[in-house]
Each structure stands twice: as C-alpha cells, then as structure tokens.
Design a protein around this ligand. Structure first.
Ligand code: EPU
Length: 415
C-alpha cells in the first residue's frame, strides 16, 4: 500500500488523539492474568492491535473488539507456543512470555519482532525472569522457560527498558512474596499498566518512579480500564501543526506527556495555546531558532518523536543537532528527507540539520513506523506530490490516519 499526498495545504480544525498503541499492546496480553473478564476501553484500531487479538484467539481467549472497546475472556486459555511468524510481527509479542509463565509455569516462545531500528536484545527480561525463579533454556532465537513457581526477587535493570519493566511487573504480580524493581522505566505506559493491574487487585506501588515494588497476590479479578492517550501520536500531529497548521487543535491529550517536545518548540520560537487536554497551534511565519535535542527515557525527549521532529528542525535558521541515545540505527528516514530537499548529515548517533530548507514532493519509502511518520510530515509541508511506499509500517501505529488528516484539510489518499 502507498500513501499519496499533495503537499503545502494548510491544516485547520481538530484532530482527536486515540488511545496509546504502546499501552494497549501491554494491557491486552496482561488481561490474560485475570481470573475474570476484562474490558479495555480506548483501544486504537491499528494493525498491531489486530495481530495481538489474533494471538489471544490462538491461545484460546474469547475476544470482542468494537468501537475501541476490547472485551477479553480468558476462561479457556491454553498454553501453546505462539507461531514464529506471529511473534515476529511485533516487539510486544514478548509480553506473553511472563504472562504464560505466570499462568502455566512454563512457556515456549520465539524472539520478538518490531521495527528495525537497531539491535533490540531481551536480556533484561530474561535476567528478571531468572531472578524471579524462571529457568531459561535459550537456543538460537527460541526460548523455553520453566519455573517451580515464581517468587518475588530483587531486580536491577541495566537500562530503564520499557519492555523489561512491563515484563518484570507481569512476572511479579502473582509471584510469592515481594519484588523490588530498580532502575525501572518511568514512561506513562508503565503507570497505565500498574493502574490497570491494581484495579484487578494487584499490589504495585512506585510506578512512574525508578523503584517499583510489587507484592504478589493470589488472584486478580476482572475489571474495566481505559488506555491513556497516545503521546507519540499527539506529538506527531503537534509537529505537523507547527509546520502546516492554522488554528489546528490537537485534542484528547495529556499535555504533561509531551512536555519535552512543547518546551523544545518554545525554544525554537513556536507559539501555541495550551489547555487542559488540548493544544492549539498555528505554523509560525517568522524564522525559527535552531535547537539541540537528545532523546532520553521519560520525561526526556521521546525517541519515538526523534524521527517525526526532524522535518521541523529543517525550518530552523542555522544548525540544529539531534542525538539519538536509545537506538543505534534510527535514522532511516534521513536519506529520504535529504532527497526531498533537507540538508542533514548523519554523524554516528547525531544528526546535524542545516536550515532553513524547503521540501519538494518525491517518491519515498517508510522503512519503519516513525520513519514513515517523519516522511509524512515532510510530505504534508512539501511543494508538489509525494508517494510514501510501504505504508503498512505507518498503519501499525497511527489510528485512522488518512481520515484524521483529511478531516482537517490534507489531500491524502491510501492506494
Ligand atoms: N534494551 C536492551 N536489553 C533489553 C531491553 C532493552 O539492551 O532487555 C535496550 C534496547 O535495545 C534499546 C533500549 O534498551 O536500545 C530501550 O528499549 P526498551 O526496552 O525501553 O524499548 P521497548 O520496550 O522494546 C518500547 C516501545 C518503543 C519505544 C521504546 C522506548 C512498545 C511496544 N515499544 O520498546 O516503541 O521506542 O519503548 O520508549 O512499547 C514505537 O512505537 O515506534 C516504538 C519503537
């Protein structure tokens, strides 16, 4: 599939942000830990979620998904190995590792997939599962993990990994005794996971800080929960608004979750009106100041907004710098942005962006999800027509993308 975009259109009106893909990708597997029916509201309709639904059904769960509400009944859950092809479709497939281990005391699983943005090892998850009483047998890309019963333990993560934090919480929640997790990730998605589990009856404190304590419980009841707004989708549209918006309102957001981006925009000289759950932006006509940005774990500048923000930096007069500290290879958008007219040099893990430059429409390719979002933003601001190939990468993470952009005046078509 391809996206065809006629650029240089002014976008005006309102874009409502959907539920967080990365939160939903954790909450849905976690629902399998419950001893009752779980209802999750505000689930985005993105392709990754449909893959998860397929995995749940493969494991024997009954799942309905209508109007962004997913209802999961796991009464007939079975312990089966998830086919390699399904595990490979996304990183989040490895959340089933601690879920099935906790439920059945054994799990067999293939290495997870995810965007190709550098090596993405799972050593911290394996270390945590071992600390909690799992025995890991690893052969090539296949893992067999068994336990005589998970027990609480003391886990220190070498880096504040989002996935390893979620996996440790999952393994600890029904383990015997207390787990202390140090150097935990502080992302809002972790808080969403802990709130969800606590509403099922778990005993988790400290989520959102770097030390999380989990007191194991025997039972988890069914519950209703809501997915938080997607801060990366919000950030992506905020950036688009700063380039081509006129009174464009991005609503249903938690402004605090995109504070690092908003503060950098202020530094560039971009004005916006911030309200309780929305932000109103008009693309400035004046010169923008160059900035330095470094990606970090939350509340630092999100790596998932590094590629989307790059087109905006081409608008600054002078040299901006953008350092990627989380992934080693997250610059696959750059050659295409340069073909479209940007002047960006890659120096190791840093980009040097010289501006201002203008974008021209071209045929380009989305190599991964956020690279695709970056090219889309450039295309919306470009003179002429852009075709983005391999658009399935973008549809993994942006709910109703074409409809949302068309409603505010973009000329965009999915072919
Ligand atoms: N890492 C290790 N060992 C581990 C785990 C992580 O070395 O055991 C390294 C990774 O290689 C990476 C860094 O630690 O360099 C951070 O990885 P993290 O585990 O935090 O990322 P993740 O859980 O795999 C989630 C999101 C990503 C997002 C990161 C960082 C999901 C499904 N994915 O990945 O989202 O970039 O957190 O915030 O939640 C995206 O949405 O485009 C995306 C890639």
């Amino acid at each position: 599939m391809e996206l065809k975009i006629k650029g240089n259109r002014t976008l005006t009106g309102e874009i409502k942000i959907s539920g967080s893909k990365n939160s939903a990708l954790a909450l849905i597997p976690i629902a399998l830990l419950s001893d009752g029916v779980v209802t999750i509201d505000n689930v985005p309709e993105v392709s990754d979620i449909f893959v998860l639904k397929e995995i749940l059904e493969y494991l024997g769960a009954k799942v309905s998904f209508d109007n962004n509400v997913m209802v999961i009944d796991n009464a007939n859950l079975v312990n089966k190995e998830i086919p390699e092809e399904l595990s490979h479709k996304m990183r989040a497939s490895y959340y089933f590792m601690p879920v099935l281990l906790s439920r059945f005391n054994k799990v067999e699983m293939f290495f997870p997939g995810g965007c190709s943005i550098g090596a993405r090892p799972i050593d911290q998850t394996l270390k945590a599962l071992t600390a909690l009483g799992g025995v890991v047998d690893e052969k090539d890309n296949h893992y067999a993990i068994t336990t005589e019963g998970l027990v609480g333990g003391h886990v220190y993560l070498d880096m504040p990994s989002v996935g390893a934090t979620v996996n440790t919480i999952i393994a600890a929640v029904k383990a015997k005794g207390t787990t202390i997790l140090e150097n935990a990730a502080k992302e809002p998605e972790i808080v969403n996971v802990a709130t969800f589990l606590n509403s099922m009856g778990a005993k988790i404190t400290g989520a959102g800080t770097s030390e999380i304590r989990i007191r194991g419980v025997k039972k988890l009841n069914g519950c209703y929960t809501e997915v938080i707004p997607d801060r990366i989708e919000a950030g992506t549209y905020v950036i688009a608004a700063a380039m081509v918006g006129e009174n464009l309102k991005i609503s249903n957001i938690i402004p605090e979750h995109i504070e690092a981006l908003l503060l950098k925009m202020q530094e560039m000289g971009i004005d916006f009106e911030l309200n309780d759950n929305s932000v109103l932006i008009t693309a400035p006509k004046h010169k923008l100041k160059p900035v330095k940005i470094k990606t970090l774990g939350y509340p630092g500048f999100a790596t998932d907004l590094q590629q989307p923000v790059t087109p905006l930096l081409t608008r600054c007069s002078g040299v901006s710098k953008l350092e990627e500290t989380i992934y080693e290879n997250r610059f696959n958008n750059v050659p295409y942005l340069n073909e479209m007219g940007a002047n960006i040099e890659i120096k190791g893990r840093e980009l040097k962006i010289s501006g201002p430059t203008e974008f021209k429409g071209k045929t380009v390719e989305a190599t991964d999800l956020r690279a695709g979002a970056s090219l889309l933003i450039a295309a919306l601001a470009a003179d002429g027509n852009t075709t983005i190939k391999n658009v399935n990468h973008i549809l993994r993470g942006y709910d109703n993308l074409v409809e949302k952009l068309r409603a505010v005046g973009a000329d965009i078509e999915l072919v």
